[in-house]
Design a protein around this ligand. Structure first.
Ligand SMILES: N[C@@H](CCC(=O)N[C@@H](CS)C(=O)NCC(=O)O)C(=O)O
Length: 245
């Protein structure tokens, strides 16, 4: 089998990868023991490179188009796929061993993916401030400029120390607490689907990974120790299940 190719965003971190969107296919590939290589793409290079390889743009909620990563290329089938969800579905259909969508669960997990994304945006200003600090220079410039335009605020107004950042922390702690309680305590099992591991667990774990990578050590410790240490433990358990080092 030829190795698949995952297009991902680099950073200054020793681990390089940091994005939750690209971590989703990374975890699925590892879970299924599929060999893959990574092509690292800086933000300003995403659109030109994706056009060059013939990848489709992602559709935004307002219908406009944007080139994004993750993109997955599979030389075994010739497939070239944009978007973390579409990639997960492709991988489960093409390589059905060790499914990440247990029978009948795909529709629900699709809604779960959207819901968790909305939930995690509670700390948006603070999180993207930290993202801007770990990117390489070219990506950093692109990221700050595009996000300043999106938010209508300068980078130093995104989440300055004080009441605004405190509110971001309060929001994220509240949302994470509720998530852990509902999604894990309700099922009574190890995973969102009880005893069955699924893509839903990957969806949650990649946010823990994101916090761990982009936040400072003391900030990650604060997240990891919430709700009996749920977020730290969840990441470790999903990494183990997915054979991610
Ligand atoms: N729906 C997409 C979202 C992907 C996405 O937003 N990717 C970001 C990186 S984490 C991106 O490529 N952004 C391009 C840009 O900001 O120009 C997915 O889940 O794959």
């Amino acid at each position: 089998m030829l190795p698949l190719v995952l297009y991902d965003l680099p950073s200054r971190l020793p681990s390089n990868s940091w994005s939750f969107n690209t971590a989703k296919p990374r975890f699925v590939l590892s879970y299924k023991n599929l060999p893959f290589n990574t092509v690292w793409v800086e933000y300003p290079d995403i659109a030109p490179m994706m056009k060059e390889i013939g990848a489709s743009p992602d559709k935004r909620r307002d219908g406009s188009e944007q080139y994004t990563v993750p993109v997955l290329s599979d030389p075994n089938t010739g497939a070239l796929i944009t978007d973390s969800w579409t990639i997960a579905v492709y991988l489960d259909e093409t390589y059905p061993e060790k499914p990440v969508f247990p029978k009948g669960s795909r529709g629900l997990i699709r809604s779960f993916d959207t819901a968790v994304g909305v939930l995690m945006s509670a700390s948006f200003g603070f999180s993207i401030l930290r993202v801007s600090e770990i990117l390489n220079e070219r990506s950093q410039e692109y990221f700050v400029t595009t996000r300043e335009a999106l938010l209508g605020e300068k980078v130093d107004e995104w989440s300055p120390e004080g009441p605004k950042r405190d509110a971001h922390w309060e929001a994220i702690e509240k949302k994470l607490y509720g998530s852990a309680k509902i999604w894990y305590e309700e099922t009574g099992g190890k995973w969102v689907m009880g005893d069955t591991f699924s893509y839903a667990d990957i969806i949650l774990a990649v946010y823990s990974l994101w916090f761990k990578r982009i936040y400072r050590d003391d900030e990650w410790k604060r997240i990891a120790s919430l709700h009996g240490g749920k977020w730290g433990k969840l990441l470790a358990e999903v990494e183990k299940e997915c054979n991610v080092v």
